[in-house]
Design a protein around this ligand. Sequence first.
Ligand SMILES: Cc1cc2nc3c(=O)[nH]c(=O)nc-3n(C[C@H](O)[C@H](O)[C@H](O)COP(=O)(O)OP(=O)(O)OC[C@H]3O[C@@H](n4cnc5c(N)ncnc54)[C@H](O)[C@@H]3O)c2cc1C
Length: 378
Amino acid sequence: MRRVLILGGGFGGIAAAVGLRDRLEPADEVVLVERRPTFVMGLRKNWGLLDPGAIAAGERPYSLLAERGITVVQGGIDAIHPADRAADVDGRRLTGDALIVALGAEQDVDRIPGFREHVINVYDRNQSDRGRAAIAAFRGGRLLIGIFGTPYPCPPAPFELALLLRDRLAERGVDATLQVFSPLPMSLPILGQAGCSTFELGLELSGVEFLRERQATAVEPGAVVVGESRLSYDLLLGVPPHRVPRVVAASGLTDGGAWVKVDSRTLRTSFPGVYAIGDVTAVPLSNGQMLPKAGAFAQAEGEAVASRIADEFAGREPSATFAGEGTCFMETGGGTAAMVTGRFYADPPTVRLADPAPEHLAAKHAFEGDRLRAWFGR
Ligand SMILES: Cc1cc2nc3c(=O)[nH]c(=O)nc-3n(C[C@H](O)[C@H](O)[C@H](O)COP(=O)(O)OP(=O)(O)OC[C@H]3O[C@@H](n4cnc5c(N)ncnc54)[C@H](O)[C@@H]3O)c2cc1C
C-alpha cells in the first residue's frame, strides 16, 4: 500500500486527488488535507457580491470526495516536512510516499495599514454579505476598486467586478464614478502592451477608469494613501496583497524566494517525491513575466502530477507534463464574457483576448458546472 498526501483542497488539490484515485490501485491511499468543510470556486466571489445565495449555490462538501475513495482529513496544516514527505495537521503527523503541496496564495491583509478596517475584501467569501449590503446602500459618488498588491489570483477579476457593478448601478439609476487602481503600469500585463491598450480602451468606453501605477501604502476613512497622494472614495472594495502561505515559507520549500519554485512542466520541487502546484508556485515565462495564478492552471498541473505519480508507483516512466496552456473567462456585463486563451510556455507567450460574447459567458458557467460534476458528482 502506498499513500499520496495532498495538502490543500482547492482547484489543484482536488484535481490531483481525483486523478490519483482514478489511476492508483484500490489499496493505495489518497489523503487530502483541507481546513474548510466545503469547496467553492473563486469565480463565485464576484457573483456573491451581487446576489445572495450565489456562493452557497456553488458550494460542495468535501465529504462527497470521501464517497469516491479519497480520505479527506479536515484540519489545519501547522507544519510541512518536505524531506520526510510529511505534514503536521492539528498536531498529528501525516506522511506519504509522495507529497503534493497545493495550499494556494495566502492573503496578507495586514501589509496595508487600514485595509482591515476600511476595505471590503472582495477575495474573502466571508465578506460577501457585508459587501452586498454596502453596494446596496451605495447611493452614488466614487466607487473605488483597489488592487493592493501583486501577484494576486485571477488578474481579470477586479476588472470583471467593475463591469458587473457598472451594470448593477445603472439598473438602479445610481450615478457613480467607477475606478480600478493597480500598482502595475498596465491592466493585464499578460496581454502585452497592445492587448492592454485595447482592453483599457474598452474599460473606458464602458465607464470604468483604470488608474495605473498606484501602489497603495495605507487606507484612511474616505481616502487610499498612494505615496504622497490620495485617492478618495465613497465606497472602497479591494483585493488584498497575497503571499506564499506562512506554513510553506517555514518549510524551506521556497528556498528563500517569494513562492515555491518548481520545474514548470513536471511541477517537481527540489525535494524528491514532493510536488507543488497552483497559486503556491511561481513559474517564470519566456517574456520575464510569471504564469498568472488561475484555477485552470492549478487543475491542469494537478492532473499532470497525478499521472506522473501513478506512473512512478507502477514502475513506468512518467510522461504527463503541464503544457502551460489554458483558458479563462472575464465577464464584461450585459450577459457577455470575454475569453482569454493562451499558450503561456511559448516563446514569446501567445495570449489572445476574444471579444465579449454571450457564448463565452455560457462557457464560463460550463467551466464551473463540468468540474463540479466531475469532482463531486453534482
Ligand atoms: C474573484 C475570483 C475569480 C476567479 N475566477 C477564476 C476563473 O474564472 N478561472 C480560473 O481558472 N481561476 C479563477 N480564479 C483563481 C482561482 O480561484 C485560483 O487561482 C485557484 O483557486 C488556485 O488554486 P489552488 O489549488 O492553487 O489554491 P486554492 O484554490 O486557493 O486552494 C488552497 C486550499 O488550501 C487550503 N489551505 C490553505 N492553507 C491551509 C492550511 N494551513 N491548512 C489546511 N488547509 C489550508 C485552503 O483552504 C484552500 O482550500 C478566481 C479567483 C478569484 C478570487
